[in-house]
Design a protein around this ligand. Sequence first.
Ligand SMILES: CC(=O)N[C@H]1[C@@H](OP(=O)(O)OP(=O)(O)OC[C@H]2O[C@@H](n3ccc(=O)[nH]c3=O)[C@H](O)[C@@H]2O)O[C@H](CO)[C@@H](O)[C@@H]1O[C@H](C)C(=O)N[C@@H](C)C(=O)N[C@H](CCC(=O)O)C(=O)O
Length: 486
Amino acid sequence: MNLFEIIRNMDYTKIKGDTDVEIDRIVFDSRQVKENTLFVAISGFKVDGHDFIEEAVANGAKALVVENSIELDRDIPIIKVKNSRKALAHISDSFYNNPSRNLNVIGITGTNGKTSTTYFIKSILEEKDRVGIIGTLGSNIENKTIKTNNTTPESLHLQKFFNNMIKEKISNCIMEVSSHSIELNRVDLINFNIGVFTNLSAEHLDFHETIENYMRAKLKLFYMTKDFNIINSDDIYGKQMIKELENVDTKLITYGLQSGDIRAENLELSVKGIKFDIQTPKGTIDINMTTPGLFNIYNALAATSCAVAMGVSLETIKKGLEKIKGVKGRFEVLPINREFDVIIDFAHSPDGFDNVLKTVKEFAQGRIVTVFGCGGDRDKTKRPKMGEIASYYSDLCVLTSDNSRSEKTEDIIEEILIGLDEKSCIYEIIPDRRKAIEYAIKNAKPKDIILLLGKGHETYQIINGETYEFNEFKIVTQILNKLDKN
Ligand SMILES: CC(=O)N[C@H]1[C@@H](OP(=O)(O)OP(=O)(O)OC[C@H]2O[C@@H](n3ccc(=O)[nH]c3=O)[C@H](O)[C@@H]2O)O[C@H](CO)[C@@H](O)[C@@H]1O[C@H](C)C(=O)N[C@@H](C)C(=O)N[C@H](CCC(=O)O)C(=O)O
């Protein structure tokens, strides 16, 4: 494509050289420059793309887009812009021929639930249509997945994914939209048809500084959408967003338990799953899902709102939601058929602990027994916080190893103990994780829920710098078989 065409409607401050050159490739990483490449220098956080201009030119860059003034003794076109991330979004959109305009793009934003909601919507829409996904788990079209560094990748990659989806005759793209991506111009110029807001809690404040800024970053998505804004009206920031969006023309659909156009009623929560009715303006559907947790009711409401906005029938929504199976190692209830239950979850942060334990508390009829440790060589401030949260919700905590890496498990446990509240829960220390699980299972009482936190889908443990095979699913089965034999 001709460079002049690519930058035609873009804001720039200066152009040096002749833009009548053919460009076959756009990159923002000097290491990926080949012949006929346009290199866009991005000011980074750790390093700065402008520092790699010489390398990009040496590798054959045919033109440059820069934000800083640069000296170059080669005669290639240089386009100077105010904001090169913004320019990258524009260039990528033009280069791939504005692909998002030919897709139904659904953007999901919020602190929690983005990934699940994305997959819930997919499950409904793919009953009738082909669906592409962009998010934490990569860019996915049916069984082809391309891994990505970011939940919402850089604009160039986003536009390329959209273009691939069009080539594959996909009509719907469901994507997670992180607040970073909004602030860093990754999603500029995307033609969003629908925007979904799940919820907001304090996170990423290292980047946004205040929760107000964090909310305002997310709010920007809803000024970009063309057809529908879908907002969780039970969430306190959701309520604020609804007010802010009062004068926006895009149609608004709200959802929730306490309020909303799309509402869940008659909830039944158990370790086996969730049963509830969804009231919609088109009628009521009864839903029976095998994914436990109140948060999944919210995810189902967000997905239903989206499907209702798109005119999908209630029957299809029910079918799509009810076929959803959990994700490996994420709140996975093991099929052990005993008087107690074992749940494996990947939670390994205070926030993750709070979410999982709060959910278990919603339906626990017996004791909550939590087996966990904390990772070594990683953020130590998490340890007392995880101890505090686990003891707040649990009846018994079994403190053990996670991936201790180069640290001593016993030292990590000492730090967890600083936060653990001995008045609210009893605890045992068993550093060997297999033995800790065995202890919890051997001493389980009817109706107990045993939570194994931290490893999730991982199949290894790193202890004293060595990696050992450690598959929690297999270990639980082995322990149960051993107990049955004795
Ligand atoms: C803070 C942040 O957003 N950083 C992003 C940023 O990194 P950076 O600016 O530090 O980039 P860098 O890798 O140091 O390099 C700067 C520039 O120099 C270039 N370079 C570098 C080396 C070289 O040899 N040649 C060269 O040209 C790089 O290609 C880049 O253009 O630009 C990179 C390229 O796009 C991103 O991958 C990277 O995301 C990092 C991995 C990250 O962790 N980001 C987080 C904060 C983030 O965005 N998270 C949200 C999810 C939040 C959530 O909901 O949980 C997300 O959407 O992922």
